[in-house]
Design a binder for this molecule. Structure first.
Ligand SMILES: *Cc1c(COP(=O)(O)O)cnc(C)c1O
Length: 390
């Protein structure tokens, strides 16, 4: 099997599993208790919070554990909306956010908030001038993703942070695709809130965190016990938290090497697809791009058919985001960068890991060449196109 869907989820690293196991079977105490079994668990949570905080240049008390990226995104938006409603009811985001942001924005719109959805250019980058012009006296929050999960484009986060700071507006970033993949420092980038998720960096599923800068007003997201400084109740997911911390340590350790290797392989794959398969193109920015992301459109092809045939060859890939696969709607991200409906349907996302080899890439391109050729031979649109060329 060749797994090229690391943007959907990643393999939990063996060292992460090893770090977690004792917190299921030996140190299973509730961190809120006072006997030493509970204290051991509590200590592990404290240490994990320190590790994760230092990974983004934050303080431990600014890290709130959640059940993953979607919860962190929901919390950041809903709690900020509620806490700052008196200042204003205007929020700025982009058209290419993850559904955890976009659907939460729709929810807030129904509750009287006004949302500006910024356009992106053909590479998927927001326009900083448009952002500046969108800010109003009643704007309370800017939420722009760090890097896009479908096309890999990395947004100008430092510039957005500087604008937000200058204009006195809070800045949240969905960094689920970026955390553990590329360096992030919340002070240097002027980030006030940041979402991350364990399973995108070889950690476990169902654990993530929300960074909330000290001084930012927020609300309790889950009401109940006093966990997470009273803001997110519920007995801590201790094995998950330990796993997230181990995954973070591992990610930081391998980051320089991983970035170098994946960037080289990514560009090698892009080059091969561009030269060996006609009527295709790269989606997303060529260099302001996540090291492991390749997103390609092939004209006259259905993405779903490509995926099924690739699966038959043992290759796991995606036709967009995992959330939209299975639905017939084309990706909102590909439409936002200007693709036509039929071209957005013929897209393929291949996301690499540090384990991907050049041989894997060569195999996938060879198979893809045959698959694309086969599917095009069955396509009436392609037939018409070829006739028109004659
Ligand atoms: C995966 C992903 C999410 C959702 O994270 P979960 O932990 O799966 O809830 C949110 N935003 C982006 C950009 C993602 O890639």
């Amino acid at each position: 099997m060749i797994y090229l869907d690391n943007a959907a989820t990643t393999k939990t690293a063996p060292e992460v599993v090893d770090a977690m196991l004792p917190y299921f079977s030996e140190y299973y105490g509730n961190p809120s208790t006072i006997y030493s079994l509970g204290a051991t668990a509590k200590k592990a949570v404290t240490k994990s919070r320190e590790t994760i905080a230092s990974a983004i240049g934050a303080r431990p008390e600014e890290i709130y554990f959640t059940a993953g990226g979607s919860e962190s995104d929901n919390w950041a938006l809903k709690a900020t909306a509620e806490a700052y409603a008196e200042k204003g009811k205007h929020i700025i985001t982009s058209k290419i956010e993850h559904h955890a942001i976009l659907h939460t924005c729709e929810y807030l719109e129904k509750r009287g908030f006004e949302i500006t959805y910024l356009d992106v250019d053909s590479d998927g980058l927001i326009d900083l001038e448009q952002l500046k012009q969108a800010i109003r006296p009643d704007t309370i929050l800017i939420s722009i993703m760090f890097a896009n999960n479908e096309i890999g484009t990395i947004e100008p986060i430092a510039e957005i942070g500087a604008i937000a700071k200058e204009r006195g507006v809070l800045f949240h970033t969905d960094a689920v695709q970026a955390f553990g993949q590329i360096p992030i420092h919340v002070d240097e980038l002027n980030i006030d809130m940041l979402s991350a998720s364990g399973h995108k960096l070889n950690g476990p599923k169902g654990i993530g965190f929300l960074y909330i800068r000290k001084g930012v007003k927020s609300r309790s997201f889950i009401h109940g016990g006093a966990q997470e400084r009273g803001r997110r109740a519920g007995t801590e997911n201790v094995p998950g938290i330990v796993g997230l911390s181990a995954a973070t340590e591992r990610a930081l350790r391998i980051m320089p090497e991983k970035i170098k290797k994946e960037t080289e392989l990514r560009d090698y794959l892009i080059g091969k697809l561009e030269t060996e398969i006609p009527y295709g193109w790269l989606n997303g920015h060529r260099t302001k791009r996540l090291p492991g992301n390749v997103n390609f459109s092939f004209r006259y092809i259905e993405g779903e058919s490509m995926l099924i045939l690739l699966d038959g060859k043992g290759v796991c890939a995606s036709s967009g985001s995992a959330c939209t696969s299975g639905s017939l709607d084309p990706s909102h991200v590909l439409l936002a960068i200007g693709l036509k409906h039929e071209d957005a349907h013929g897209s393929l996302r291949l996301t690499l890991s540090e384990e991907t080899s050049k041989a894997d890439i060569d195999f996938v391109v060879e198979e893809l060449k045959k698959i694309v050729q086969r599917l095009r031979e069955m396509s009436p649109l392609y037939e018409d196109f070829i006739k028109s060329q004659k």
